[in-house]
Design a protein around this ligand. Structure first.
Ligand SMILES: [Fe+2]
Length: 330
């Protein structure tokens, strides 16, 4: 009789592999894709303006370094992660019938911020992972979500997508998928928004899992979103920048503390109240979508920086599922 000694480590690996084999059909690639990082990446156009990249027409003398340096550190981390595509959920592509996905391999135009055309006139030329976008659309449709692929070659990509993607990956050397924000908040309530974003997040995760791709997910938005109504004569004059008011700040700190503690289910449970009280850009569903896709992480978020931009609260944060590369940043 042949006896084989199996160590507990190997045994657990065998169990894991058998479990994976038993998951059923995985789609045409027969391999499992994964989310390699999730980020909350705010998109004030001021940050791109302050960076003076060649794509942006206006010129600045800098500003908002706490956020920009935080972004630069996260961008360096991303350089060391093997991934195939960035999937970004933006509140500034607002759709009123269904959820839309960029559906052509290339979009090229000039993105102008409608509120700050003095700061942001950005010439972009970006690649889309249409295969991944289509599979996410199909998965969302299967879940009962109304969907549409954006296949108008003249469609102008929103500045939320451009800003967050530029700051995370200034080289633009990875394809993206942009997902629109259906305005459930406007039609119904924050509670309905939360539920719909959860369903969309789960559907996107299913599509990723059934692909063979490693994906970075991005929720593009700030936290508290009350802001100044008058712009400083010099927008980058940091002597004029400060939080909008103390209660907004306290709410932001509460959310960030929960992120640090790995209590993301609690953050999502608090989302309706937080969104109502701080006019937060979470109203678009981005953070809820991200957390649902990642299974509500119970490990600490990496915090890269918090700063106000025209009074709004902005945190750059990341969730690294890989324990060996997860960091205590700030
Ligand atoms: Fe915004």
């Amino acid at each position: 009789m042949l006896s084989i000694y199996v160590s507990s480590t190997i045994e657990s690996e065998i169990v894991i592999n058998l479990t994976m084999m038993n998951r059923g059909p995985l789609g045409k690639h027969d391999s499992m894709g994964e989310i390699v990082l999730g980020t909350l990446a705010p998109h004030p156009p001021h940050l791109v303006y302050a960076d003076n990249p060649e794509q942006n027409e206006p010129h600045s003398e800098g500003g908002w370094e706490t956020l920009r340096w935080g972004y630069q550190r996260l961008a360096r981390k991303l350089k060391n992660i093997d991934y195939d595509a960035i999937v970004i959920f933006t509140p500034h592509w607002q759709t009123y019938i269904g959820t839309h996905f960029l559906g052509l391999p290339n979009f090229k135009s000039k993105s102008v911020d409608p509120i700050f055309p003095n700061l942001f006139r950005y010439n972009y030329d970006l690649e889309v992972d249409v295969e991944l976008a289509t599979s996410m659309r199909d998965s969302a449709a299967e879940a009962g979500i109304i969907t549409k692929m954006m296949e108008n070659p003249d469609f102008r990509v929103d500045y939320g997508t451009i800003t967050s993607c530029h700051l995370l990956n200034p080289e633009w050397d990875k394809p993206i998928v942009t997902i629109s924000s259906n305005r459930n908040r406007h039609y119904y309530s924050v509670e309905v928004m939360n539920e719909q974003a959860i369903a969309l997040g789960k559907a996107c995760f299913k599509a990723i899992e059934e692909s063979d791709k490693k994906v970075v997910l991005v929720a593009s938005h700030s936290l508290s979103h009350r802001h100044f109504v008058e712009e400083a004569p010099l927008p980058e004059d940091m002597s004029r920048e400060h939080i909008y008011n103390h209660s907004q700040y306290v709410w932001d700190m509460k959310i960030i503390e929960l992120m640090r503690q790995g209590k993301m289910q609690e953050v999502i449970d608090l989302m309706p109240e937080f969104t109502e009280q701080t006019m937060a850009e979470t109203e678009g569903g981005g953070l809820t979508w991200l957390m649902a896709a990642m299974g509500y992480p119970d490990y600490p978020a990496e915090i890269y920086g918090y700063q106000s931009v025209i009074g709004t609260g902005n945190v750059v944060a990341a969730w690294d599922p890989n324990e060996s590369t997860r960091e205590l940043v700030l």
